[in-house]
Design a protein around this ligand. Structure first.
Ligand code: PEP
Length: 236
């Protein structure tokens, strides 16, 4: 069971150091824990969490090792910092920054080749769910990853229905289970659930047989709520 906190564009280096030093002392139950701060705070998180089992991951990575790609960061650069993994293809990247199934696959391959663990995000929008297209969207997104990524040992999928991200609308445990089971028929890797995971729903979601953890956004920014989610998920 893996619980990953996606901090999005929150917490600069000073706040990250403070949070991570407190996280070291917190009761996080028995789950594997990863935090994903913004790029500028990664070094601080790596330092503050050194000698713990808590991993530090980035929120994105470029496919080239270096080059004329203004504003991008490469996998070797993340490795040099001591970062352990990265999120790829978050819906906010797909929605606002032109991320496509093709660029997602390129980023995943670069990350895996350089020894980073990858959390690759997939999920349907509200309009797609209402139109009955959830399975078609997952088949396309997960199928692209299956067809384009050969080495999958360090690959995890996060099923994040876009309508549940930052909206307070969580998928019911049944909806999450159904989607996770479907994803695994396409690609048999661990699947995290993401979308308004909170202390009061984490246990029921984590108890589903095909839910292998959670990618937590807003609720991972507060130490008490993140630690509670980790403990709740540990019970299932
Ligand atoms: C996310 O950003 O990956 C996410 C799931 O956000 P939230 O938990 O805030 O819905």
């Amino acid at each position: 069971m893996l619980i990953a906190g996606n901090w999005k564009m929150f917490k600069g280096p000073a706040e990250t150091g403070e949070f991570c030093r407190a996280l070291r002392e917190a009761d996080l139950g028995t789950v594997d824990v990863v935090v994903c701060p913004p790029y500028v705070s990664l070094a601080e998180a790596v330092t503050a969490l050194a000698t713990t089992e808590i991993g530090v991951a980035a929120q994105n990575v470029h496919w080239a090792d270096d080059g004329a790609f203004t504003g991008e960061i490469s996998a070797p650069m993340l490795r040099e910092l001591g970062v352990y993994g990265t999120i790829v293809g978050h819906s906010e990247r797909r929605q606002y920054f032109g991320e496509t199934d093709d660029t997602v696959v390129r980023r995943i391959n670069a990350a895996l080749e350089h020894g980073l663990q990858v959390i690759a995000c997939v999920g349907e929008t509200e309009a797609e769910r209402e139109a009955g297209e959830t399975e078609a969207v997952l088949r396309r997104q997960v199928g692209a990853i299956r067809d384009g990524v050969a080495e999958r040992d360090e690959l995890v999928i996060a099923y994040e229905p876009v309508w549940a991200i930052g909206t307070g609308k969580t998928a019911t445990p049944e909806i999450a289970q159904e989607a996770h089971a479907f994803v695994k028929t396409i690609l048999d890797v661990p699947v995290l659930y993401g979308g308004s995971v909170k202390p009061d729903n984490a246990g029921a979601l984590a108890a589903q047989p095909d839910v292998d953890g959670a990618l937590v956004g807003g609720a991972s920014l507060d130490l008490k709520s993140f630690a509670t989610i980790c403990r709740e998920a540990s019970h299932s």
